[in-house]
Design a protein around this ligand. Structure first.
Ligand SMILES: Nc1ncnc2c1ncn2[C@@H]1O[C@H](COP(=O)(O)OP(=O)(O)OP(=O)(O)O)[C@@H](O)[C@H]1O
Length: 483
């Protein structure tokens, strides 16, 4: 394996790496660093926790030190927390440069951000939505000179998931120069390769880690088969077990909705577990505060939606629990990748109901590995089942008495207004669509019922015939026997 110096990295950066415990390049760094330093576009696909961030931060810092100006580099990333984490890596590794960076994410003050942008920072790290807002509304900065455009978690930025970044990306791509170096990184690039190639147009250097298994070797991947109603009891039991057996422990629990996340947090606190939550219905300041509490080890449990599934680098996390089986293998890969990072060991536990078995099969197909069953003393789980379910119900009632659902509705309306839609018209449109859907459903049901009736009648016919023949036969016989 080469060292950083043979890859062309400057001594001052090698010293900075050493201070961070980064002594030898990881494969993604070893392969992508020289290509980026040569000025090539680059697409890097490597497993979670394999050092992709430093693979782009280091060459950008080196090039910046040779020709420092602002705005030199723009990094786009799907979540706000990730933007802060990336900016921190730039700051730490780029300390000798007196680096000026600026973080542009939603949920924070827009005027302050506009002011920072106008001061021409070297590095801008942004989520696409907020940066596009600044581009649309301000002329106090421009991105005409940027040398590097980086898309971290690039496949997510191009996907049309629940947050669709594609329109904002178009706005951003329209203001950055065509002559630039584009760097795209993720642990799951392959299914968006074609779209990515249209962004990194300059014959990109493509590197993908060779191993067949898409998750890291150090990760012990387990599942627990459970009925839906027993899931929470399993969760409480598992956490209790980790708490009893380990002195130093730290767990991330992923769940599917903001509401579920909130309820689970309340429920675990009722059992005196030190838990905090992270989801998109929370105020941004609370999100940062909760993440900081978890990172510092004051709170040992983070319950999150998929907003925390990608990129977050918290070395102390030993266990990831999937409270729901992820619907997409890709999401599974990122979620479980929050543990077993940078060569450390970790465990992932996925709670699977009988309806999720096909999802597990899809995950196994994609990661090229089998999940192993995790054995649990069921009698121990059953002992706490009623208490856990009652506590959950109490938490649900408590949450219903707050304005949580109302807030969700308000947030939805706000998002629509920002998209230029009229929320009331949208509501009417949705109701109309629902009516049409229901009519179609009823129509289909009626057709299905009438087909069913006809089929039953056809089935009955030969039986009727047979019965008549049998009756005829027996009356014939009885005539013959004189009965
Ligand atoms: N060469 C190295 N040697 C040791 N540790 C490293 C090295 N490079 C990076 N690290 C550390 O590895 C950890 C994971 O790195 P990073 O967050 O960049 O992973 P990633 O590949 O981006 O993961 P993900 O796909 O989950 O975003 C970080 O704490 C980082 O400081």
């Amino acid at each position: 394996m080469s060292d950083f110096s043979s890859l062309g990295l400057s001594d001052w950066l090698i010293q900075q790496c050493k201070q961070m415990g980064i002594n030898k390049p990881t494969p993604v760094q070893e392969n992508c660093l020289p290509a980026i330093l040569q000025g090539r576009d680059c697409m890097g696909c490597a497993k979670t926790g394999s050092g992709k961030t430093a693979a782009f931060v280091l060459p950008v810092l080196q090039k910046l030190s040779e020709d420092p100006y602002g705005i030199f580099c723009l990094v786009l990333t799907p979540t706000r927390e990730l933007a802060y984490q990336i900016a921190e890596q730039f700051r730490v590794l780029g300390k000798p440069l007196a680096l000026r960076d600026c973080i542009i994410v939603g949920g924070m003050d827009m005027v302050t951000q506009a002011l920072e942008l106008s001061k021409k920072p070297h590095i801008v790290v942004a989520t696409p939505g907020r940066l596009a807002d600044h581009i649309r509304s301000s002329n106090t900065f421009n991105m005409k000179q940027i040398r590097f455009l980086i898309l971290d978690e690039a496949d997510r930025l191009l996907e049309q998931g629940c947050t669709d970044f594609t329109k904002d990306l178009e706005v951003i791509l329209s203001v950055v120069p065509a002559k630039r170096q584009t760097l795209l990184f993720s642990a799951t690039l392959t299914d968006t390769l074609q779209e990515l190639k249209s962004i990194a147009m300059n014959k990109p250097f493509f590197w993908e880690s060779k191993s067949e298994v898409r998750t890291v070797e150090e990760l012990d991947q387990r599942y627990i088969l459970t009925p839906e109603k027993v899931k929470d009891a399993y969760l409480v039991h598992l956490i209790q077990k980790f708490q009893d057996e380990h002195e130093d422990w730290s767990i991330i629990i992923f769940t599917n909705t903001c509401k579920n996340c909130q309820i689970l947090m309340m429920m675990l606190r009722e059992f005196d577990f030190p838990a905090v939550s992270l989801h998109s219905m929370m105020k941004q300041k609370q999100r940062f505060a909760n993440l900081a509490k978890f990172k510092s080890g004051v709170f040992k449990i983070l319950i999150a939606t998929d907003v925390a599934a990608r990129g977050l680098d918290i070395p102390t996390v030993q266990v990831v629990i999937n409270h729901n089986t992820p619907g997409l293998p890709k999401i599974y890969i990122h979620r479980v990748g929050r543990t077993a990072r940078a060569g450390r060991h970790g465990v992932s536990l996925t709670l699977v109901t009988q309806y999720d078995i096909h999802l597990v099969q899809a995950i196994e197909g994609q990661i090229q590995a089998k999940l192993q069953e995790y054995s649990v003393e069921e009698s121990e789980v059953l002992k706490i089942l009623t208490q856990v379910n009652v506590t959950r119900r109490e938490c649900e009632i408590k949450l219903e008495s707050t304005d949580f659902d109302e807030k969700k509705e308000i947030n939805k309306r706000k998002a629509m207004i920002l998209e230029g839609k009229d929320p009331d018209l949208e509501q009417k449109r949705r109701e109309e669509l629902e009516k049409i859907r229901n009519k179609r459903k009823k129509f289909k049901q009626r057709i299905h019922e009438s087909i069913q009736k006809k089929q039953d009648a056809i089935k009955r016919k030969p039986q009727k015939k047979k019965r008549l023949l049998q009756e005829e036969g027996s009356s014939h016989q009885s005539h013959e026997t004189g009965e």
